[in-house]
Ligand binder design. Structure first.
Ligand code: SF4
Length: 205
């Protein structure tokens, strides 16, 4: 069966969205409706481009093998769970050393009840879950708001716990692209994001 997914962008090496040096994929489409959404341009299901999973996999295999892992963000990765599960299945064979971290607005408890979501969860080492709650400042380097939690779902994920907790708060990487989302990468509090966009003149051209 051919799988395809709606992709907004990818970047590497990224150090602000998980431990070590990672490739990050941002998918589009999110049915949640968090007030002050942190990724408004990625919520739209019509944004981004369709890409066959196999083609994306072949592209990822051209990246440096010594990356530490892959992070999936969006948008909402679990709304494209089957295509991403297929991608991670292929990568597990080709890049077994890459750990997998996923950001989701859905709570883990909810995801565990969905068959498609369970297929993706099977490949995830670390899940950051929960909707964005703008009233609750994040208290972990990988949580945008205080309600979000990290779940270490595998033994490999557990070995990365200390590395995740030691990541600096408000870490940012510069990216390439037309949107602020692509050009300023990281879990940033709103004031820091606004300041860096201004200081680095990263507003859309
Ligand atoms: S889960 Fe993320 S992308 Fe979806 S509405 Fe909430 S903040 Fe926006």
């Amino acid at each position: 069966m051919m799988h395809r997914l709606k992709l907004h962008s990818l970047a590497y090496p990224v150090t602000a969205l998980g431990p070590g040096q990672r490739v990050v994929l941002w998918v589009t489409g999110c049915s949640l409706n968090c007030k002050h959404c942190i990724s408004p341009e990625l919520r739209d299901k019509n944004a981004g481009q369709w890409i066959e999973t196999q083609r994306l996999y072949q592209h990822l295999c051209k990246l440096p093998e010594d990356l530490d892992g892959i992070s999936l963000s969006g948008g909402e990765p679990f709304e494209q769970a089957l295509a991403l599960a297929k991608l991670l299945q292929l990568l597990q064979a080709a890049r077994p050393q890459w750990n997998v971290l996923v950001f989701s607005g859905y709570p883990l408890k909810h995801l565990k009840q969905q068959e498609n979501a369970r297929q993706l969860l099977a490949y995830v080492d670390i899940l950051v879950d929960g909707p964005y709650a703008y009233q609750q400042p994040g208290n972990h380097p990988l949580a945008a708001s205080g309600n979000q939690q990290l779940h270490y779902l595998t033994p490999r994920g557990l070995t990365l716990r200390a590395a995740c907790e030691k990541l600096p708060l408000n870490a940012a990487n510069l990216g390439v692209g037309n949107s602020p989302q692509q050009r300023l990468i990281g879990i940033l509090d709103p004031a820091t994001r606004a300041r860096l966009l201004r200081v680095w003149q990263l507003k859309p051209a």
